[in-house]
Design a protein around this ligand. Structure first.
Ligand SMILES: Nc1ncnc2c1ncn2[C@@H]1O[C@H](COP(=O)(O)OP(=O)(O)OP(=O)(O)O)[C@@H](O)[C@H]1O
Length: 767
């Protein structure tokens, strides 16, 4: 296995990993780091806990640092050249020129070759554009935008075809009018903003001249057709400023436009008070905007949850420590925290942003984070990021913001990482945003480390009638509040309620039987998490977050981490669990991915997840870094009716369960029947082997017990590193084989040194 320097990691980053006591790159790091350093797009799939974060963070940091250095060097030499030139023109007095003595004429406003879709051609002279191709829209914008005053330009339709003309910020989609940052008026007599198309003015076509009027003072946009005023099209625009200037913008489909920004006389002069954009006093150039912004990251790392983003950001901070001259500035951009607070941390400049999609998109759309310098787009847990349509669309939209041109190291590199990267959605995404990606698949579909043991507890309420006992304060989800439950009832509803009760009893038994003091308990919903917490609290509970120190040792202390909690509560819960102040983290699948909790011994699934890849990620919280972990799933033998809410308005039907809400979703209600036996089959198929059941007394099956307690001479417990001091059996084997050669080399080294010094002494004596 290669060392970090052999895979190309630079000395500063090696220093950082050595401080973490990392001796060798993990297999995914050894594979992915050189590919990324070599400039490739990479899709990397490797088991949970295999060090994927560093596999992308190290090379990304290294290239970002190299780019910053190159930029710094170029800036220093430019400055040298400029100051030398100035010294000459100032008569050699060496004084730095002031703003007043270096004012240059403002360049004319033209169509921007760098701000257009590929299918848009711009004619020499920069005032005529066309897009050819039936059914395909192409967009472009001008080089100069208005940041104040009353401005005007004209667009004359030079050919048949479809077009929209208007104004947009430089952050808007080039498809004018399809987001919040562009305002267009189309030839079909429609105006468009944020995908809202409404009737406006009249139709226009070949030879018509459209006047585009922007009044930055009252924040309105209006249009004229051949000199005839069509009235206000857009009012109450967001504040227009240097950073959010509005540029002339055009979308065309098989059409051609001739523009006049005011360099020559207009066909139809604008109303009094309006001036041509070329002569307007308050304008900004596109290049000026692009180079002025300090918030111009070179790398964007996208994470599906705030917790993961924080964790990756921390990892990046650790790696950055020894990168100097210049330092790499990195920021966290996540929801749940005031955007203004985050702006504070990025406004002085940022090179790497670790973010969750929603907040990042917001900043990008508001023009607060420039995207024109982005070299890396990393999608960690990529399959999760694209699993939902909304996030997938956001990811694609983001991608369109990034520079798509450039070669070599200037090219945008796209990196997709996950333990489970085999979904069709990921493949479709890769096909649309990656260039010849290399798929590094170290585990295939089965991405769980060998260090995880999988067992199940069969919860059969027809056999085990202990659910009828009332000794424990079991709290179920209320699905069967209206149903008659009892030993004489043989209905599916009875068994469903029974299994809910039984599972909580088993939870307590499992915790006691393994004397667990640190465990992640996965539930299906936030509501289920709260119920499990209430149940555990009935034995003392405690959150470990309270001031009362005595709660820390409580055997059932627990905290909840679920999407329904506030960002602050989630952060506190995770911190309490990581610090060992709460023994149990009761969570939804929000915590299934990426969370890295050192030496976590146990995971309990109160219910199996609907997708087998979520099982892989859940159980991947244990068995990390070669520590042994146990995943215990409580699996119902009978169908269980559960809450299933598909719309946001009816999120809490359990608060007042009634005949309507407890009906199944097919019948207009909010429940569904969950069949865990089927889910178990998909999990087993994914794992490639059956999951063994715990014995009735909840002891481990013998073959598993042997791995952790003496069977193979091992005394390793769950949560501890397996035999081999953190290295896999394969590595240990190679270390053993190489030991004699290394010892011989060390001996030779000693002899060579001794010979050298004795020769040196003799030489000194002769002299
Ligand atoms: N080369 C290495 N040597 C030793 N430890 C390492 C090395 N690389 C990473 N680690 C450690 O391994 C643990 C797991 O790493 P990481 O969180 O990156 O895994 P992952 O593959 O992203 O897992 P998941 O799929 O669950 O997100 C971390 O605690 C990390 O510090």
């Amino acid at each position: 296995m290669a060392a970090f320097e052999e895979v190309g990691v630079c000395p500063e980053l090696i220093k950082a990993v050595e401080k973490l006591d990392w001796t060798l790159p993990t297999p995914i790091q050894a594979e992915a780091v050189p590919l990324i350093l070599g400039g490739g797009d990479v899709l990397a799939a490797a088991e949970t806990g295999s060090g994927k974060t560093a596999a992308f963070a190290l090379p990304v940091l290294q290239i970002v640092h190299e780019s910053l250095r190159a930029r710094q060097k170029a800036a220093l030499s430019d400055f040298g050249a400029a100051s030398n030139g100035q010294a000459a023109s100032n008569g050699g007095d060496g004084q730095t020129p002031t703003a007043s003595n270096c004012s240059a004429p403002i360049p004319p406003c033209l169509l921007n070759l760098e701000d257009r879709d590929d299918i848009v051609a711009i004619a020499a002279g920069g005032l005529r554009c066309q897009a050819r191709g039936e059914g395909t829209w192409g967009g472009c914008r001008a080089t100069r935008g208005a940041s104040g005053g009353k401005v005007y330009f004209e667009a004359t339709v030079a050919d048949e075809g479809l077009c929209r003309v208007g104004w947009a910020t430089r952050f808007a989609s080039l498809d004018l009018g399809t987001d919040r940052h562009g305002y267009g008026y189309g030839g079909t007599g429609m105006k468009a903003d944020n995908k809202k198309f409404e009737s406006y003015g009249e139709k226009y076509g070949k030879n018509d001249t459209i006047g585009c009027l922007l009044d930055c003072d009252v924040r309105t946009i209006s249009f004229t057709k051949n000199g005839k005023a069509l009235g206000d099209a857009f009012t109450q625009l967001p504040t227009i400023s240097g950073g959010a200037a509005l540029f002339p913008a055009f979308s065309l489909q098989n059409a051609e436009l001739q523009l006049n920004f005011g360099e020559t006389a207009f066909k139809h002069p604008p109303p009094p008070g309006f001036v041509g954009l070329s002569n307007a006093p308050s304008t900004v150039s596109w290049t000026e905007c692009v180079s002025r912004s300090k918030c111009k990251p070179l790398a964007i790392i996208l994470e599906p949850t705030k917790e993961l983003a924080e964790q990756t950001h921390e990892q990046v901070s650790v790696f950055c420590k020894h990168l100097a001259s210049p330092v790499v500035r990195h920021a966290l951009v996540v929801g749940g925290i005031k955007a203004s607070k985050q702006m504070q941390s990025i406004k002085d400049g940022v090179d790497i942003v670790t973010a969750t999609p929603g907040r990042l998109m917001e900043l990008m759309e508001d023009g607060k984070l420039a995207t024109d310098q982005v070299k890396f787009f990393v999608l960690d847990e990529a399959d999760r990021l694209v699993a939902e349509r909304g996030t997938r669309d956001q990811v694609l939209k983001m991608f369109r913001y990034f520079p798509q041109t450039g070669g070599g190291l200037a090219r945008l590199q796209v990196l997709l990482f996950s333990a489970t990267l085999h979904s069709p959605e990921v493949r479709a995404l890769a096909a649309s945003i990656c260039q010849n990606p290399i798929f590094v698949d170290l585990k295939g579909k089965n991405a769980v480390p060998e260090t995880v043991d999988h067992v199940l507890v069969r919860c059969d309420p027809q056999q085990d009638l202990s659910w009828l006992q009332t000794d424990l304060a079991v709290v179920t989800d209320g699905c069967h509040t209206l149903d008659t439950i009892g030993p004489e009832q043989k209905t599916p509803e009875n068994w469903s309620e029974a299994v809910k009760r039984l599972k909580q009893r088993y939870l307590k038994r499992v915790i006691d039987s393994f004397a667990m003091n640190q465990c992640l308990i996965f539930c299906r919903t936030n509501h289920d998490c709260d119920n499990v917490k209430r149940f555990l609290e009935s034995f003392g509970g405690g959150s470990g977050q309270d001031k009362d120190e005595s709660e820390k040792g409580n055997s059932y202390s627990c905290v909840v981490l679920g999407g329904a909690k506030s960002a602050k509560d989630r952060a506190e819960a995770l911190a309490a669990f990581k610090a060992g102040n709460a023994r149990f983290l009761v969570c939804t699948d929000l915590a299934a991915r990426g969370l890295d909790i050192q030496g976590l011994p146990y995971v309990i699934n109160m219910t199996l997840p609907e997708k087998s890849e979520d099982y892989i990620h859940r159980v991947g919280r244990v068995g990390r870094q070669d520590t042994m972990g146990l995943a215990i799933s409580l699996v119902s033998t009978v169908p269980e009716k559960v809450w299933y809410c598909t719309d946001r308005k009816n999120q809490k039907p359990w608060e007042k369960p009634d005949a309507a809400s407890t009906r199944s979703i097919e019948d207009g209600g909010h429940t569904t029947w969950y069949k865990e036996q089927q889910l178990l089959q998909t999990v087993e198929k994914r794992l490639g082997s059956p999951v063994a059941a715990l014995d009735e007394d909840l002891s481990l099956p013998p073959d598993i017990a042997a791995r952790v307690a003496g069977g193979s001479g091992s005394e390793v417990r769950y949560g501890q590193q397996r035999d081999g001091g953190g290295f896999s059996a394969e590595v240990m084997e190679r270390v053993k084989a190489m030991r004699p050669a290394v010892q011989m080399l060390a001996q030779l080294e000693v002899e060579a040194q001794e010979t050298f010094f004795s020769l040196k002494r003799r030489w000194a004596a002769v002299e």
